[in-house]
Write a protein that binds this ligand. Structure first.
Ligand code: TZP
Ligand code: MG
Length: 222
């Protein structure tokens, strides 16, 4: 197998749902199914927080989410858990600046997708030679969904990255709603990553449909 095709990854990143059990009222796998039916193009399993599942229970939920993603042919990325990604043969891993270093993760996951959170041009430049496949950039707007989130930076950070010729696929994250999606895409992101705009909605499928529509409308021609 070879590394992911960058252009198809850009498309997969268009509407990236990030979630774990802390973000869902009901079964997270059911939430994924609804959201994917609405137009989500990639999923990240991010099991965090005080009551986060661990061990076999975490793996069991990840496997159920993987079955759904596979049935819709969309990638499943695991947040900061290389062992789990390898155990279930997920499509990739997403890491933050303080997680297992990207070089080591790349060695362990081979050709799977590797995403890295960056907060500035400096962090992105430092990581450009690290065999990372995409950058998650944020928080773009204030967020309630991450305890240790840094200060929101606005879509300008995406513009700065593009101006400095960072060419990797970029996905904006943090406080993104249907109303804000066009500004994030317009600033240079290939897609948007959301938690609450989907998991906090009454109708998850409809929320995903609205977001997908906004992304499609604002990235036409790309
Ligand atoms: N990383 C930066 S902001 C964030 C993460 C995981 C949380 C995004 O959640 P929401 O609800 O879409 O603001
Ligand atoms: Mg992390």
């Amino acid at each position: 197998m070879s590394r992911v095709d960058i252009e198809s990854l850009r498309k997969s990143l268009r509407l990236y749902l990030v979630l774990g059990s802390a973000n869902c009222h009901g079964d997270p796998a059911a939430a994924v199914e609804e959201a994917v039916r609405g137009g989500v193009t990639m999923v990240q399993f991010r099991e965090k927080g005080r009551n986060a599942l661990k061990g076999a229970a975490k793996e069991e939920l990840a496997r159920r989410i993987l079955v759904i993603c596979r049935s819709f042919s969309i990638p499943l990325i695991i947040n900061d858990d290389v062992d789990l990604a390898l155990a279930i043969d997920a499509d990739g891993v997403h890491i933050g600046q303080d997680d297992e270093p990207a070089e080591r993760v790349r060695t362990r996951i081979g050709d799977k997708i590797l995403g890295l959170s960056v907060h500035s041009v400096e962090e992105a430049k430092r990581a450009e030679n690290l065999a990372v496949d995409y950058f998650g950039v944020g928080p773009i707007y204030p967020t309630q969904s991450k305890d240790d989130a840094r200060e929101a930076q606005g879509p300008g950070v995406l513009r700065d990255l593009r101006r400095e010729n960072v060419s990797l696929p970029l996905v904006g994250i943090g406080g993104i709603t249907a109303e804000r999606a066009a500004d994030v895409i317009g600033a240079g992101a290939d897609g948007i990553a959301v938690i609450s705009a989907i998991t906090g909605a009454q109708d998850l499928r409809q929320a995903a449909q609205q977001l997908a529509h906004k992304v499609r409308a604002s990235s036409s021609g790309r």
